[in-house]
Write a protein that binds this ligand. Structure first.
Ligand code: SF4
Ligand code: SF4
Length: 387
């Protein structure tokens, strides 16, 4: 079967295996079919040699977290993300991955009213303990949230779908920080309801392209700040995804919020650092995809008493978009390694710039916090979330 992978990109892999120790699914299973090298070999067998799409082959592709830790580790510059995205798009088009229920759930993300109503119902059910813990919903998930208000038109703050429905307080903290630096903020709200990152993961690239075109048309001119690493990575990829100069120009205006704040720190009011020891968890989409994870350290350093590094070289935590829901056992095994690294430094908080990672870690009792919440607490005296 033609998986529609660029042959040149597919042939770039020399099967050296140097990426294996950086692959979370290989680390917890020791199974070659669950490694980047194994998955690429299977892609070649299917695309070049016409090998059948057996259950085992589909399982190998399905269990990839799409963390792209292998890309960072690869000395041959293999664009693994492109290989897996093309594979999943082809398989989804043939109905081999991403079942109907998952497609229906994903379509709700671009419908803010439906998403808000569904989230409110989930929040109520969660309060009564009716939601399975593996969904990783925040314990304090809000039923209603105050709207964010536009304070000016210097920058957009991308608010997105699930994060806005479940964790709008993080957007509010981010907005206060950007305003404290002297910029007027326009939260994007219904202007741009969803970036399509989860659709892309699921192989529904056509939908992501549709969302990308709509977002490019509705957010002209200004910098777009993003406080979710997964969304930022997707939006920075619109140039490649759509292949137009307009999309490339849009992507160049997208900034992870820490990336944008780091060179603007001198504009923030001076404050005493908070007396907290904070471990940094690098979301894969910040470290391996956007490659701007160092900005989180730069932005946080003046505002906390101690920053702590984990000793796992940015290995994935197992959240992976919807991965923790779709593959709960693998996701928990992967998370266990991260928890061990966190225990070794024993922090007051773990700072994560991606809502999926934060929820996945928090559901096992880790006191997670967004970097913007820490900075907001330091400069605006807002209370820190309960640990
Ligand atoms: S993806 Fe890169 S590191 Fe991994 S086996 Fe292929 S060439 Fe080696
Ligand atoms: S993207 Fe992550 S899970 Fe998938 S093969 Fe690469 S390292 Fe492994």
């Amino acid at each position: 079967m033609d998986l529609k992978i660029d042959p040149e990109e597919l042939n770039a892999c020399v099967q050296c295996g140097l990426c294996l120790p950086h692959c979370p699914t290989f680390r917890v299973t020791g199974d070659e079919a669950m490694s980047p090298r194994g998955r690429i070999k299977l892609m070649r067998e299917v695309q070049d040699a016409g090998a059948p799409l057996t259950k085992e082959v589909l399982r190998s592709f399905d269990t990839c977290v799409q963390c792209r830790g292998c890309e960072t580790a690869c000395p041959s510059g293999v664009q693994y993300g492109h290989l897996m995205e093309a594979t999943r798009e082809t398989l989804a088009a043939k109905g081999k991955v991403t079942p109907r229920w998952q497609r229906a759930a994903l379509m709700a993300l671009n419908r803010p009213r439906m998403l808000r109503a569904g989230s409110a119902a989930l929040a109520i059910a969660n309060k009564f303990g009716l939601v399975p813990a593996r969904l990783g919903l925040p314990a304090n998930m809000p039923v209603r949230q105050a709207p964010l208000k536009t304070s000016g038109h210097d920058v957009y703050l991308f608010t997105g779908c699930v994060m806005d429905a479940w964790q709008r307080s993080i957007h509010a903290a981010a907005q206060r920080v950007v305003e404290a630096a002297g910029y007027g903020v326009e939260p994007t709200g219904a202007l741009a309801p969803c970036c399509g990152a989860l659709h892309m993961h699921a192989g529904l690239a056509k939908t992501t392209r549709k969302f990308a075109r709509a977002m490019i048309a509705s957010l002209p001119d200004r910098p777009i700040l993003v406080d979710s690493a997964g969304c930022g990575a997707a939006m920075k990829d619109y140039g490649h995804l759509l292949g137009t100069p307009e999309a490339a120009a849009f992507s160049a205006r997208v900034f992870d919020i820490q990336e944008w704040l780091a060179p603007n720190l001198a504009r923030l009011p001076v404050s005493e650092p908070l007396d907290v020891r904070v471990a940094i968890q690098d979301p894969c989409h910040l470290r391996h995809v956007q490659q701007v994870h160092l900005a989180t350290r730069e932005a946080l350093a003046p505002f906390v008493s101690e920053l702590l590094e984990l000793d796992d070289e940015g290995l994935c935590c197992g959240a992976g978009g919807a991965f923790s829901v779709l593959e709960p056992e693998l996701a928990q095994d992967i998370r266990a390694r991260k928890l061990t690294s966190i225990e070794r430094v024993d922090p007051d908080y773990v700072a994560s710039a991606n809502p999926g990672c934060a929820l996945h870690l928090a559901s096992s009792g880790v006191p997670t916090i967004h970097p913007m919440e820490l900075i907001d607490a330091a400069i605006n005296n807002t209370p820190l979330p309960a640990k």
